[in-house]
Write a protein that binds this ligand. Structure first.
Ligand SMILES: *[C@@H]1O[C@H](CO)[C@@H](O)[C@H](O)[C@H]1NC(C)=O
Ligand SMILES: *[C@@H]1O[C@H](CO)[C@@H](O)[C@H](O)[C@H]1NC(C)=O
Length: 228
């Protein structure tokens, strides 16, 4: 009888482990919250970042007014992403979610990019967006759609995705992300704008183009449409 209980417990523990391995967002918090601090003298324990003593937490730790105003879209892409993640809201630490406001000038583009740590669900507040993502190899299937005000679209974690304002007015969207720190890899910036540059030999073969095409692309200024 005792052995069976032990076996059952072992089984439950294994099951719990399997579920936690399969969970796709940031790990579950072990406490109500863990307001991030960078001064270890004010900290109580470490969980990715130092946490502020919960008794010292203030409303400001959970607050951000930076999405009130539109981002400045006067750049080559005609778009700007204003994030609201753990870098702006220390109270998000360990909680596994974040937001970004995306502004688009007419015909503005949020160019092909990846969030390595989060799935995104985008809500259009104003305007008309052509959006899409591409599935992994070998299919590389484009899944795309035109979105209108109030529409919602999902970009699965780690897949290349984009949004283009196809309307004649400004557009605004809110991206919700399943990580306190989703990360961004803008494809063109990472491949053609890396510092130092990836050798032309690598890129001519990868993209099957002449060296002068690679050199042209590497000499461009690759706009980063994010505020930090
Ligand atoms: C520590 O965090 C505060 C805000 O919480 C910030 O003003 C300060 O610049 C940070 N210091 C370092 C060294 O990152
Ligand atoms: C927007 O950005 C452009 C280019 O950097 C700059 O010239 C302009 O002053 C900015 N506008 C505002 C309102 O900050």
């Amino acid at each position: 009888m005792k052995k069976m209980v032990v076996n059952t417990l072992a089984y439950i523990a294994l099951l719990a482990m399997a579920f936690s391995l399969a969970s796709a967002s940031d790990p579950s918090p072990l406490q109500d919250f863990c307001v991030a601090v960078n001064d270890s003298n004010q900290a109580v324990f470490v969980n990715g970042k130092f946490c502020r003593d919960p008794n010292l937490a203030t409303p400001n730790d959970f607050f951000f007014s930076g999405l009130r105003l539109p981002g400045n879209t006067s750049n080559k892409l005609g778009s700007m992403v204003t994030p609201a993640n753990v870098a702006q809201i220390p109270g998000l630490n360990t909680l596994g979610v974040s937001l970004a406001r995306v502004d688009y000038a007419p015909y503005g583009l949020n160019p092909p990019h990846i969030h390595p740590r989060a799935t995104e669900i985008l809500t259009v507040l104003e305007g008309t967006l052509y959006v899409g993502f591409v599935t992994s190899n070998p299919e590389n299937r484009l899944i795309s759609q035109v979105l209108y005000r109030g529409d919602v679209f999902v970009f699965p974690q780690g897949l290349i995705h984009f949004q283009l304002n196809v309307g004649t007015t400004n557009a605004v969207a809110i991206a919700s992300l399943g990580s306190q720190n989703p990360g961004v890899i803008t494809v063109a910036n990472a491949v053609f704008g890396s510092k130092p540059a990836i050798s032309a030999g690598v890129l001519t073969k990868a993209f099957q183009v002449d060296k002068n095409v690679v050199e042209y692309l590497q000499s461009q200024f690759w706009t980063d449409n994010h505020t930090y």
